[in-house]
Design a binder for this molecule. Structure first.
Ligand code: ADP
Ligand code: SF4
Length: 692
């Protein structure tokens, strides 16, 4: 008996039964119809890890819903069935149910590949940046759409799916567009009152039941609240009314909030786990059908509480299942402390927005199951048991040391500072990033469980000391430091006159150095997330912040993580002065005061801003002197050792924390691997078929 037994009860969903309450809800992965083998392996891994239901991403039902260049699934016609069969087979192998989220994206698509006109309840501009409008559907279009949806449901059944979705969420699908007055201005029986706006959804649910309901469950994914207050659908008004009107028609309610940025909120803006349940908890009171809900739920105790208090029947997860595909099994086997908890950074989401295979900060094997053959819980045993030295305990060094130790090597991890974690710990001390610390916490805990790892803190190693250790296998993970000369994305040469102001870098602020009195200019020429975070952080500490960026918006990278609007709103709300499209070209004096000279990147008017301090968020430099010294010694024959020296993480190439973890993992995976298996940069690829 365990407290968590309730999570492992089976639950009936219409004609099928889920073996437990862990439900991987639909989530994008950048694999879709272009990378079906990678997709099947990734979904199959979740089934192997214990999820009772594993869903696809959006699955387009017709060429008039073509999300290219995003890579989603397709069931346009029967030629798409075999690729999806790969997934249903891999999921069924572990007795999990396979679910498919059928979608027609209405005006949330530009049909760039199919060149078909987009469809909508009323003619509206497309959501995408493409100057085209969707055409208003007439009755014949609605009939056709219903026919396509039904045909796709039949194809889904043929592909082996157990659960078929009707999808009205994220403001991304036709049924949702029909429901929402801002999209639906029709005056016929499909527009106006809620009953009319809901008509299409009701018809789709009935059509789907009719088509495949004998053996497949019909799920309804519905956003109960748009989080726009009175300006949108609210859970306690029309959101509830929809659930009441359809109550027992679907076999399962999959409920969330919209748009996508609200549903997949980052920990920077929604630090709490289970942040959606305040909106969705009413649903179970209205329907007798099982309910699945989400909200970055990673705590097993919270899961139990949600089930026992009648809030949810299924613990829904996208990101927690990405960060740890084996989360259910770890809970079942009383190993909850081994869960690799999602940090809510949305790097996974960024990949979908970029149309590339998914990756995850916490789980470096995500997306690599098929092409590199990586497994989140298993790694090949050491070929030649021996000692290995890892220098630097940031995300790269920690992951590398952990995986080398898991392989069975004797690992020595040496860290210059008094604590483990490197940039992860430093960044997690900034406003909004506290949960990022899980990246190092997880790895430190795992390392502590192993007896073939020796960790030395306060142990900065130089080349001579490394040689004296006599260890021939060395991984250098010494990270990177932020530049202090102003060189960055647009300023390719050092900024002149910097000696006239107090210049700081992100490393200074993260090390607890506080700029003095007077306004702080933050120059964000990096355009990632950190400039915006630092502006938020310093302004929160009471500094007057002037934010200068060469980009046209604050922190453009955060558009990919769905945060940009919140980032910029938050700076505006805190009274940060924002100067966009400006690069800093020098520091000069005016009337006895120092200030920065801003040049408009589009040739507009130049600006001069007085400032006491300048925080440069521009570029980083690899901090690899140790590597270079060791290389030199080896080259000069300064040692008789046959040392293998591998540079990993930010010291190799500064990037995201996700890149550093990946690099550390790759270093450990490829150590002593057969050279023909690991040829630099090579991995399995899915080649286009030449069949028409
Ligand atoms: P990454 O993201 O690549 O893991 P970090 O900058 O987060 O890089 O971490 C690098 C770590 O390496 C830091 O904790 C730093 O203190 C440590 N370090 C740097 N140089 C040395 C050295 N010579 N010996 C031991 N540790 C070092
Ligand atoms: Fe969570 Fe970040 Fe991994 Fe996405 S990338 S699953 S948000 S840890």
């Amino acid at each position: 008996m365990s407290n968590y037994d309730v999570l492992f009860e089976s639950v009936k969903i219409g004609p099928v039964t889920a073996k437990n309450r862990f439900y991987q809800v639909p989530h994008c992965c950048g694999m879709g119809h272009l990378r079906p083998q990678a997709h099947a392996a990734m979904r199959g891994m979740k089934a192997q890890g214990g999820w009772a239901v594993v869903s696809t991403e959006e699955t387009e039902i017709h060429p008039s819903s073509d999300l290219s260049p995003a890579v989603e699934q397709r069931l346009w016609d029967e030629r798409d069935i075999p690729a999806l069969q790969l997934m249903t087979q891999s999921v069924h192998e572990y007795s999990a149910l396979a679910a498919v989220e059928l979608v027609h994206n209405g005006s949330h698509t530009s049909n760039l590949y199919s060149r078909t006109p987009a469809l909508a309840p009323s003619s509206r501009s497309l959501d995408m940046i493409y100057p085209k409008q969707a055409r208003a559907m007439d009755k014949a279009d609605i009939r056709e759409f219903r026919r396509w949806h039904k045909a796709a449901a039949i194809r889904a059944k043929q592909a082996g799916f157990d659960i078929v979705y009707v999808y009205a969420g994220h403001e991304m699908s036709l049924p949702h567009h029909f429901l929402l007055p801002e999209y639906n201005q029709r005056t016929d029986e499909y527009g106006g009152c809620l009953e009319n706006r809901l008509r299409l959804t009701r018809e789709l649910l009935q059509d789907t039941q009719e088509a495949i309901g004998d053996s497949c469950a019909v799920a309804f994914r519905f956003a109960v609240d748009q989080m726009l207050g009175v300006d949108g659908m609210q859970a306690h008004e029309e959101g509830r009314a929809v659930v009441e009107m359809l109550a027992d028609i679907p076999d399962l309610w999959d409920v969330n909030v919209s748009g996508w940025a609200n549903d997949s909120a980052t920990s920077r803006f929604k630090p709490d786990s289970g942040y959606q349940t305040e909106y969705t908890k009413f649903v179970k009171k209205v329907t007798n059908k099982p309910v699945v809900g989400v909200g970055r739920i990673t705590s097993p105790d919270m899961m139990v509480s949600l089930v026992k208090h009648g809030v949810l029947d299924f613990i829904g997860a996208a990101r927690p299942s990405i960060a740890d595909p084996f989360l259910p099994n770890k809970i079942r086997e009383q190993r909850a402390e081994e869960i690799r908890e999602c940090i809510g950074c949305n790097v996974c989401v960024s990949c979908d927005n970029l149309g590339v295979p998914i990756r995850c900060t916490q789980n470096p094997t995500m997306g690599e199951e098929w092409r590199r053959g990586w497994h989140p819980e298993k790694i090949a045993a050491a070929k030649t048991p021996q000692s290995v030295l890892v220098v630097g305990a940031g995300p790269a060094g920690l992951e590398c040391a952990l995986q080398l130790a898991n392989r069975g090597y004797e690992v020595i991890l040496s860290e210059a500072s008094k604590h483990l974690g490197g940039r992860v710990v430093a960044e997690s001390n900034l406003k909004g990033l506290a949960l990022w610390r899980r990246v190092s916490d997880y790895r430190i805990y795992q390392l502590q469980q192993l007896d073939n790892v020796n960790i030395y803190l306060d142990s900065a190693l130089n080349a001579q000391q490394v040689l004296e250790l006599g260890i021939e296998q060395v991984f250098v993970a010494t990270g990177a430091i932020w530049r202090k000369d102003g060189i960055g994305r647009t300023s390719r040469m050092p900024i002149e006159g910097l000696e006239q102001v107090a210049v700081y870098t992100p490393d200074d602020i993260m090390n607890g150095i506080v700029p003095g009195q007077g306004p702080v200019v933050i120059y964000d020429d990096d355009q990632g997330y950190l400039g915006g975070v630092l502006a938020d952080h310093l302004s929160d500490l009471g500094h007057k912040v002037l934010f200068v960026t060469s980009a046209s918006i604050v922190s453009p990278f955060t558009e990919l993580t769905l945060e940009q609007k919140q980032v910029q709103c938050s700076l505006v709300a805190q009274g940060v002065d924002i100067y966009t499209n400006k690069s800093i070209v020098g520091v000069s004096q005016k009337s006895g005061h120092a200030g920065v000279e801003l040049k408009c990147v589009y040739g507009g008017q130049d600006v001069w801003l007085a400032c006491a301090s300048l925080l440069l968020v521009t570029e980083r430099e690899s901090a690899s002197p140790l590597y270079e010294q060791l290389q030199q010694l080896l080259k000069d024959d300064g040692t008789s050792m046959a040392m293998s020296l591998t540079l990993i993480g930010d010291a190799l190439a500064p990037g995201l924390i996700a890149d550093a973890v990946f690099s550390g993992h790759q270093g450990a995976q490829e150590f002593e691997a057969d050279p023909d298996v690991v040829e630099q940069g090579l991995f399995k690829r899915e080649m286009p078929s030449l069949n028409s």
